[in-house]
Design a binder for this molecule. Structure first.
Ligand SMILES: Nc1ncnc2c1ncn2[C@@H]1O[C@H](COP(=O)(O)OP(=O)(O)OP(=O)(O)O)[C@@H](O)[C@H]1O
Length: 268
C-alpha cells in the first residue's frame, strides 16, 4: 500500500489521478495510481525500468490515445474536469498540457518557425516576433540564437535543441509541461542548464518530469513519486505507486522499504 499518495493539500491541485489503471490490450501496465500534482511545483516520477513512468506521464495529455491497444480505467482530473470525458478535445488537452521528449525533436524548420508554427496552428493573432522572443527567453535560449533566428533548428547543439523544444512547448501558453527524461541525451553542462530552467519555469507552469537520475530528481523536484513493479503469478509485470512525498523525505526519510532499497541503489 502506498503512503503519502495524496499529500499535496498545501497548495492547489492541477492534476488529480484517481484509481488509474492503464492497460495495453489485456496487459495491466500500471495499477491503481492515486496522485495529486500541485500547481507551480515540479513532480518527479522515478522507479525501475518498466514500472510505467512514461505510460503514466502520457496519460496526463492523452498521448496514449494514439496507441491502439491503450485503455484507462479511473479518472484523471485536470482543474476539476475529467480529461477522459467524451466532450474533451484531446488536441486542446495537448495544448494546455505540453510535452518535451527524451530526444530533442525540433521541426526541420528555422528556429523562428519552430516557435511560430504551433502558435499559428493554435490561432495566435498577436505579435509573433514578440512571442518568439518571449518563448526563447523563457527557455534561456534567446541570447544564444537571437542573431540566427532564420537558421535551421537542427543546426543547434543537442542541449540548445532541447531548450528550443521547451521554448516551442511554452509558446502555446500551456499550463503544465510534461518532460520524459528530457536530459538523457544531453551532456552534463546542457543538463544543468535544463535543470536551472525547470526551476525558473515552475514560477509559471506545473512540471512533471520522468527521470532515471535520482540526483536530478532531488535537484529539480519539489515532490517525488516512486514507482515499483510487481510480477503477477502469470508473469505480467505491473507498475504501482509505492510512495509519494516531498522530495527531501523520499531521499532522506523514505517510509517504504522498497523506496529505501531503490534510492540506496540495491535494485533498479
Ligand atoms: N505501446 C505499448 N504497447 C504495449 N506495451 C507497452 C507500450 N508502451 C509501454 N508498454 C509496456 O508498459 C510497461 C511500462 O512501460 P513504460 O515505458 O511506461 O515504463 P517506464 O517506467 O517509463 O520504463 P523506462 O524507465 O524503461 O523508460 C512496460 O512493460 C512496457 O513494455
Amino acid at each position: 500500500m502506498a503512503t503519502n499518495t495524496r499529500t499535496a493539500n498545501d497548495t492547489e491541485t492541477v492534476l488529480r489521478t484517481e484509481g488509474l489503471n492503464i492497460y495495453y490490450g489485456k496487459f495491466l501496465a500500471v495499477s491503481n495510481v492515486w496522485l495529486d500534482i500541485p500547481k507551480n511545483q515540479a513532480v518527479a516520477l522515478i522507479g525501475p525500468s518498466g514500472c510505467g513512468k512514461s505510460t503514466l506521464l502520457r496519460c496526463y495529455n492523452r498521448l496514449n490515445d494514439l496507441i491502439e491497444s491503450f485503455r484507462a480505467e479511473g479518472n484523471v482530473i485536470y482543474n476539476g474536469k475529467n480529461l477522459y470525458a467524451p466532450d474533451i478535445d484531446p488536441v486542446e488537452v495537448r495544448r494546455r498540457i505540453g510535452m518535451v521528449f527524451q530526444r530533442p525533436n525540433p521541426f526541420p524548420k528555422s528556429i523562428y518557425d519552430n516557435i511560430a508554427f504551433g502558435a499559428k496552428i493554435n490561432g495566435f493573432k498577436g505579435n509573433m516576433d514578440q512571442l518568439v522572443e518571449d518563448s526563447l527567453r523563457k527557455a534561456a535560449l534567446w541570447d544564444e540564437v537571437k542573431d540566427k533566428l532564420k537558421q535551421s533548428g537542427l543546426s543547434l547543439s543537442g542541449g540548445q535543441q532541447q531548450r528550443l523544444c521547451i521554448a516551442r512547448a511554452v509558446a502555446v501558453q500551456p499550463d503544465v509541461i510534461l518532460m520524459d527524461e528530457p536530459c538523457s541525451a544531453l551532456d552534463p553542462i546542457s543538463t544543468l542548464r535544463v535543470e536551472e530552467l525547470i526551476h525558473q519555469l515552475k514560477e509559471q507552469y506545473t512540471i512533471i518530469i520522468v527521470t532515471h537520475n535520482m540526483q536530478q530528481a532531488s535537484r529539480v523536484a519539489d515532490r517525488t513519486a516512486f514507482f515499483n513493479v510487481q510480477t503477477s503469478e502469470k508473469g505480467g509485470r505491473t507498475g504501482y505507486l509505492v510512495e509519494y512525498d516531498r522530495t527531501e523525505n523520499i531521499f532522506q526519510d523514505p517510509q517504504q522499504e522498497a523506496t529505501k532499497e531503490y534510492i540506496s541503489g540495491k535494485f533498479g
